[in-house]
Write a protein that binds this ligand. Structure first.
Ligand code: SF4
Length: 153
């Protein structure tokens, strides 16, 4: 953790010195929270959610992002509970599932009004500067997140 913090500091210093952007590819949401301004969540080779970092952590809007957050240990919580992994395995990128690539692993497709294994969702704006790729209507997604996901994070 100490070395990681030093490397992140170094990256920040270099970015400030050269006025450049940094693209960081990681599964570590702690690092994302620490260093990113904008976050693009990828699944099956496609962007499934794009938002400013605070919005992504406060109002995540895609079931895969919910899964990533649910499987992340929280050191700021006293209560120790079992982490909830995303069931199944990532798809092969040479054989991406039809429809929504996440559909074989999605625990929320019962809320979709369209067949997730047939229709591919488009990346659409859910909120200002916050896009996601899911068939569940945005208000319903917010409700599902508030009732079923957020209490367990
Ligand atoms: S489109 Fe369907 S399978 Fe894909 S994330 Fe949304 S609910 Fe889940």
């Amino acid at each position: 953790m100490t070395v990681q913090a030093q490397i992140l500091d170094l990256m920040r210093d270099l970015q400030a010195e050269f006025g450049s952007a940094i693209i960081m590819i990681t599964h570590d949401l702690g690092v994302v929270a620490e260093i990113a301004n904008d976050v693009l969540v990828m699944y099956g080779g496609r962007c499934v959610e794009y938002a400013e970092v605070d919005d992504l952590f406060h109002q995540p809007d895609h079931p895969y992002t919910w899964g990533l957050l649910s499987s992340m240990p929280r050191l700021d919580r006293v209560k120790l509970e079992r982490l909830v992994p995303v069931a199944g395995n990532p798809p092969s990128l040479i054989n991406v599932p039809p429809g929504c690539a996440f559909n074989p692993r999605c625990a929320f497709k019962e809320f979709s009004p369209r067949p997730c294994n047939v229709d591919e969702p488009q990346l659409l704006e859910s909120y200002p500067k916050h896009d996601s790729r899911c068939h569940i209507p945005v208000p319903k997604r917010a409700e599902v997140f508030a009732e079923r996901v957020a209490p367990k994070l």
